[in-house]
Design a protein around this ligand. Sequence first.
Ligand code: ADP
Ligand code: MG
Ligand code: MG
Length: 881
Amino acid sequence: AKFVYDFTEGHRGLSGLLGGKGANLAEMTRLGLPVPPGFTITTAACREYLRTGTPPPALRDEVSAHLDALERRTGRRLGRGADPLLVSVRSGAERSMPGMMDTVLNIGLSDTSVRSLAAQTGDERFAWDSYRRLVQMFGETVLGIEGDAFADRLADAVAQAGAADETGLAAGQLERLTRMFQDLVCERTGRPFPQDPREQLDLAVRAVFDSWNGPRARLYRRQERIPHHLGTAVSVCAMVFGNLGQDSGTGVAFTRDPATGQQGVYGDYLRNAQGEDVVAGIRNTVPLAALERLDPASYAELLRLMEVLENHYLDLCDIEFTIERGRLWMLQTRVGKRTAAAAFRIAVQLVDQGLIDEAEALRRVSGEQLAHLMFPRFDSGAAPAPLARGVAASPGAAVGVAVFDPARAVARAARGERVILVRRETTPDDLDGMIAAAGILTARGGKTSHAAVVARGMGRTCVCGAEELRVDHAARTATTADGTVVREGDVLSVDGTTGRVYRGEVPVVPSAVVEYFEGTAPPDADDLVAAVHRVMGWADAARRLGVRANADTAADAARARRFGARGIGLCRTEHMFLGERRALVERLILAEDDQGAQRALAALLPLQRADFRELFSAMDGLPVTVRLLDPPLHEFLPDLTDLSVRVALEHRDEDVRLLAAVRRLHEQNPMLGLRGVRLGLVVPGLFAMQVRAVAEAAAECRAAGGDPRPEIMIPLVGTVQELEIVREEAEEVIAAAAEAHGTRLDIPLGTMIELPRAALTAGQIAEHADFFSFGTNDLTQTVWGFSRDDVEASFFAAYLEKGIFGVSPFETIDTDGVGSLVRAAALAGRAARPGLKLGVCGEHGGDPDSVRFFHEVGLDYVSCSPFRIPVARLEAGRAAT
Ligand code: ADP
Ligand code: MG
Ligand code: MG
């Protein structure tokens, strides 16, 4: 195999082999852009190294050959001669990975070549600055010496020289600093800083390989579901210098504004600086537009190249560039990250420019981005200056009182207060407090910190790494850089979408996108809404999956319809047994004889019928899937402990009887107990009453000129016999109701598939079911053997942190386990009954990744909460392109 590709040999299609960075460097080289020459060592070489512990034997010679070619092309030799060649060694995996090794610049400098470099450029200061950077970066990233050891010495040198920053250090001072760095290396590693350029290169390449398995990189991959076996590529690139004086510099640029999507000149530039300085934020950059004045020729050239890149990649590109004494070099490009709003705007702009088609536009946005645009947001007009800024770790707008420890957060939340948990950083011990909080704010940590990961997993608003805050847990205060103190109980507003934190309560407004879906804002309300409107149109035209709503009330049904639902996929009937009706359920449970039970059911019937009539009218002409009563009966009874106390204190007869019933119905494991179809089979008349209410409501709606389309769904079926019995009874009840109303009622009777046994015997069950609806919440619980209500607070955070889950299986369907049961049951069901209608109800129906999976499995529709319907429509459209 070939382990090394020259930049002239690769292209962007090879990112699996050359990494994203290497592939795009090759692509730019092919396009004729000014990229310093170089070559890329493949991920295959890394994989072999990781497997065997030594670089592949052929690699050394291949690197030598490419190095020779590079030396011939540049007319210079690595770290030798009067004009020494220097290179950078850059890591680059297929998907960019924070937490991997950084790049080492200026490889090839040594005690000898630093003098040649000084002589050749006529800039002694520059030469020593470059050398001290090499020893520092090499020491840190290749030799593993902690960065502070270097940073402290650098800070001391700057202070001693009385300079503002390191650019104020003179050549001699930099030379002394370099020697100090070298001493540090010697002291820590027991070996002098390597003087042989090839040895430097080989060690750096090996360090990049090793960094693939660093703890942070491994954790990141588990969380992001990036396979561990891929390995990283290593690019070796001839150095160009932005730190050669005022006519040199380095910068980053975007072809469009990554925040808003507007076309224009966006980026930052730093004069007389090398690589990392811009992103590290140590010195103040100037906006890219200022380059027009500083160096008009390079600026014009940059704009030209940006256009070339956009027209080639047909998307927003971000770019790293360096200007060496007035000459522009491109050092990196990739299709750039962008905000949710920018993604929609850019997709539509590119369609309008004729650069991409509508299907491609759908691929450029995501349901997750749409969900972001639907969060309520702080009213920017009413927001004061932010108190602090941090990383926008988990979106949303949360207002609450600042609390500095988890136990107090739990206590205050229990009193009904909305709480913002403020911590230096969070640990698994903080979990209770995080669950109780409306928002989480930390002073340390980035997007993959504990706080960020857990908050995203739970859907809590979170800003982390607000570094200007000094959090004192003992004093229960947070202090800003300018000395403002936040104490426990002070109100904070935390914006997880922008990373801003405000003092006091900032008013919240619904997002314009939601107002558009609600029909209260027109499709051309603003350019973002207009973009969303068009993209939704393309998605609806493309999708094959139907989208229904989980809705139990007429109000929810009406909203769902406005949001684009075509029917109800899950109407839970349990809420119809709550409130004042609880008393009737108590009577049903306590009935001493059949007559008593019948009386209680007869009292419930008209109430249920009225509920259904309203619902069928709200969804007139569209299917409404009614699920018969599912939860265990004891949920409708008083709590065992409360009732015991009451009986002990008051000795009332009916309480004593009630207590006996509560004890009788008490279950250790109610999730796996008397519920669903089991209830229907042991509580006489219960399901019959519900079916009758559905049938009569339908008949009444029909008589009133409506077009009701009810479907009846039996929950928690594990075996076909259960379904047969319930079905037989239901058919009789429906026939009787139809006859009584002198009408015909075609009410499909189907079942939920939410137990592994049902999925495994789906063929048998399909013989007696008009449709299946996968209840993926219960199916997830029963396949994994854990209860959602219990585990999210106990061990899920630990599992997320360890990367066992990238995301909770209740949020995104576990395709390997739960998903393969869904797939098998869908196949078996359709084999037994061709054309069997298949849907899914449960949280997964509104989750982007899950929707894609349900499309692939061939379901007919997904059903989700009204608010997720636009997300499901968009993802269904994307899945179909
Ligand atoms: P990252 O993946 O962290 O962006 P890079 O490999 O892109 O790492 O390099 C870090 C910085 O060093 C970037 O600013 C890049 O432009 C700069 N850099 C890398 N190689 C060279 C080079 N050959 N000449 C000059 N600057 C370079
Ligand atoms: Mg880079
Ligand atoms: Mg269920």
